[in-house]
Write a protein that binds this ligand. Structure first.
Ligand code: PMP
Length: 287
């Protein structure tokens, strides 16, 4: 069965969906995206992702093309039409397709944003074998631009970072700026020392993870102390536990950093507990 996707108001089989070669998303990475996870056929933290989408669009002076209710309806339609039990909905909005390539933004009166959404199924999301094992990370320089708080589709360096990690036999990379970890290639990074959860504070240096916000809230509710501050690679290697968070990885334990094993090399108990709480609470509030 061909997947049904959404393009600019239409639901179409994926091989009939088309976007212009003049689209600024294609030519200039001039667009933003969101990824919302589906569990039990329901959307996790839809409103968090919607609010961040509005903020990303606002920072780039792109008008939000749809009201919240319409975004929700498209998400739900794609879940239903593609029969997604576990997986995600990917959403992308670009500045649209003016007739010519130009660095100057096109007039929004004549060039409207391009809107694309599609689903991906992943039946192993909740019972992830990786989460039982934990992942290995390597550190790389963070050479991305200075507005990482905007969720743009410029993902070349994170993608290269992931490949650098895989070439070294690891699963992912943590990016480092001035000796301190910023975040993972597609996730927020945390360490745990003496029961305290440490993660970089929000700024333009990192993406403001929707999963991060939820996990820190659950941690505080469970009386786990949280410190939002920078940490160094040395500090991370000496930590008791580490983990990453993202919409699709939930809470994923990290068991090795640059070849240094954390604890006994198995996922830490607090990371696993947070994963459990996150999945349980997200299931309860899914829409
Ligand atoms: N940081 C980066 C660089 C990311 O790409 C992502 C996921 N897109 C995250 C953090 C995690 O964000 P979220 O929890 O909203 O998925």
């Amino acid at each position: 069965m061909s997947r049904i996707v959404y393009v600019n108001g239409d639901y179409l089989p994926e091989d009939e969906a088309k976007v212009s070669i003049f689209d600024r998303g294609f030519l200039m990475a001039d667009g933003v995206y969101e990824v919302t996870t589906i569990i039990d056929g329901k959307l996790i933290d839809f409103d968090g992702h919607f609010q961040r989408l509005e903020r990303s669009l606002g920072e780039l002076d792109i008008e939000n093309p749809l009201p919240r209710e319409d975004w929700l309806e498209v998400h739900r339609q794609l879940v239903a039409q593609n029969d997604v039990e576990q997986g995600m909905i990917y959403l992308q909005v670009t500045r649209g397709a003016p007739g010519d390539r130009d660095f100057v933004f096109p007039d929004p009166e004549t060039t409207t944003p391009t809107v694309v959404l599609f689903s991906q199924s992943n039946p192993a999301l909740v019972d992830s074998p990786k989460a039982q094992q934990g992942i290995k990370v390597v550190t790389i320089d963070d050479i991305r631009w200075g507005r990482r708080d905007i969720k743009t589709v410029q993902l070349l360096y994170p993608s290269m970072g992931k490949m650098m990690a895989i070439k070294q036999g690891a699963d992912d990379a943590w990016m480092v700026q001035d000796g301190a970890v910023t975040e993972g290639t597609s996730n927020n990074a945390y360490i745990i020392k003496d029961g305290r959860i440490i993660t970089r504070a929000l700024s333009n240096d990192i993406l403001h993870g929707i999963t991060r916000a939820a996990v820190l809230r659950f941690a505080r509710e469970a009386q786990m102390p949280v410190e939002e501050r920078s940490f160094t690679v040395e500090e991370a290697k000496a930590a008791d536990e580490a983990f990453v968070t993202s919409a699709s990885a939930f809470v994923m334990p990290v068991v090795e950093i640059d070849g240094t094993t954390l604890g006994n090399g198995a996922p830490g108990p607090l990371a696993l507990r947070l994963r459990e709480i996150y999945i349980e609470e997200s299931r309860k509030s899914a829409i």
